[in-house]
Write a protein that binds this ligand. Sequence first.
Ligand code: LMR
Length: 325
Amino acid sequence: MLTATALPWLAAVPAVAQTAPITIKFSHVVTAEAPKGKAADYFKRLAEERTGGRVKVEVYPNSQLYKDKEEMEAVQLGAVQMLAPAFGKFGPLGVREFEIFDLPYLFDSMEQARKITQGPIGASLLRKLEPKGILGLAFWDNSFKQMTANTPLHMPEDYKGLKMRIQSSKVIEAQMRQLGVLPQMMAFSELYQALQTGVVDGQENPFSNIYTQKMHEVQKHMTITNHGYHGYVVIVNKPFWEKLPPDIRTTLEGAMKETTAYFTKLAQEEDQQALEAIRKSGLMTIHTPSLEEKAALRTALLPVHEQMKSRYGAELLDQINKEIG
Ligand code: LMR
């Protein structure tokens, strides 16, 4: 039998050689304080606790590691393992169906949104990611988008001629062009400076993104339009996920399920808290549209549904409308 006296260096080898933890790099573009940032940290805690440290999650918030378009390329290459991009970021990947969620007035409530994302239609959309080397683990249903600019936005004609930043979504581009806006596709990480310097006049985002990116400091007006749904798809590099030990994968799937439930509750609370914080700052004029103004914007934007059917598939829109009733 080999002993330390026979082989003195043997004593230096730990009794149980510690294998290095499996590292998951989780990159995202919002601050650590935004709902998606808090959910990424929540998943990190659950994943590390539940695997007894066999998995280590490194969260890189606020575009620290990669910004919008780069992060999608990085997860396909395996340079990062996990992302949670908004629906508007999947077009460049060639998965156009997700842009259906960018349609203005697709959903009238978060309950309607969840009925689609958390049901069979959402599951079928996640499967469309697999040919791209990506697995969709979950939908994180965030909230509705609002419009901001440096001029009042009451009626559709108030948007005409404005340069508005948009995500990399052809549906959002069509939405803005429908209002006579000049859309400017831009990474989220570049938005604050573009607003500050006047490169763009305005943008759309949920209250929580507006507040955590301090956009209320560089925008004079916000209109509570709730015109579009804003949600995320949590995705992983497919080869990485499939190579995980089965018990680890099952544990991480459970941690993701709990994080999704956590996000659903958190996002609604945080969105309202962000609105109150923006209101308290006194830096923005916050406009609540009249019924006439709400009807005018909806009437102006609904034609986008018909216009963009070839982008995401008419059948998918019919399925969604049938499902939400
Ligand atoms: C944006 O780019 O405006 C948002 O999608 C950022 C985010 O991840 O919520």
